[in-house]
Write a protein that binds this ligand. Structure first.
Ligand code: NAP
Length: 239
């Protein structure tokens, strides 16, 4: 099992939800963590929690859908950490609505955040991983990226695209000792799923929790470097 202590990670959308749970799980493994998002108050509070676990933590405020902001934000993290070993592309948004009812702006924003945001951040980090001939990229897709459903056209389109982009990247950079993993979790209790009305935060015994997701991410990273978790679907035991 690989020791992750003192690795440096960036987690987009690390101030809450799945991203925050992953940041906390990383800190428990001794990984230094940089978290990003748009809400500085949440990021600052999470950094304090991470530091209390004895690791170095920092944050950067940027909209993943804005390439200029991404470039500046990633540069500031690289300046603080000096290097990066692990990128978790987690930031994302969701909205459901019928094909014609959803307006063009909202539809485009989902693609801009979930797909273009992941592309921009990865584009800025990849050269550092290629240079050191080692790295891990974990891309958060969804079951909605495996199957389309009524009223999920924008979200499904973004997550199908994430899966395609991730698989292409994986095949491109395996030779550089970079493992690209695509995760397709089912519903997990978070602000997103509660706001969409598909999860209830109080049903802890039956609904997946962000900590379950974080455990999967850590388990994948702990595989010996010769082995790569290419993709994984996390489902709840109870339908
Ligand atoms: N929860 C589920 O059931 C579920 C299932 C499958 C997949 N997923 C995926 O898991 C990921 C995390 O979801 P979650 O459930 O944790 O959602 P969440 O609680 O709503 O959190 C979303 C995170 O993304 C960040 N974010 C959103 N838009 C952003 C933007 N334009 N720029 C920068 N950061 C942005 C938010 O940070 P700020 O608020 O600071 O901007 C927040 O940290 C998403 O990619 C989602 O699609 C979730």
């Amino acid at each position: 099992m690989k020791d992750l202590k003192s690795k440096k990670a960036i987690i987009t959308g690390g101030g809450r939800g799945l991203g925050k749970a992953t940041a906390m799980a990383f800190a428990k493994e001794g990984i230094d963590v940089a978290i990003t998002g748009r809400n500085e108050i949440a990021l600052k509070a999470t950094v304090l929690e991470l530091e209390s676990l004895g690791v170095k933590a920092t944050y950067s405020v940027f909209d993943v859908g804005n390439y200029e902001e991404v470039k500046t934000g990633i540069q500031s993290i690289i300046k603080t950490f000096g290097t990066i070993d692990i990128l978790v592309n987690n930031a994302g948004i969701a909205a459901f609505g019928s094909f014609n009812d959803m307006d063009v702006k909202q539809w485009s924003q989902i693609i801009q955040t979930n797909l273009m945001g992941m592309y921009y951040v990865t584009k800025e980090i990849l050269p550092y991983l290629i240079d050191k001939n080692e790295g891990d990229i974990i891309n958060v897709a969804s079951t909605a990226g495996l199957n389309g459903n009524a009223n999920t056209s924008a979200y499904s389109a973004s997550k199908f695209a994430v899966i395609g982009m991730s698989e292409s990247l994986m095949k491109e950079v395996r030779k550089n000792n970079i493992r690209v993993c695509t995760l397709t979790p089912s519903t997990i209790a978070s602000d997103m799923s509660v706001e969409l009305g598909i999860a209830d935060k109080d049903s802890q015994d039956s609904v997946l929790q962000p900590e379950d997701f974080a455990e999967l991410v850590v388990a994948g990273l702990k595989l010996p470097r010769r082995a790569m978790l290419k993709s994984a679907a996390l489902w709840s035991t109870n339908p």
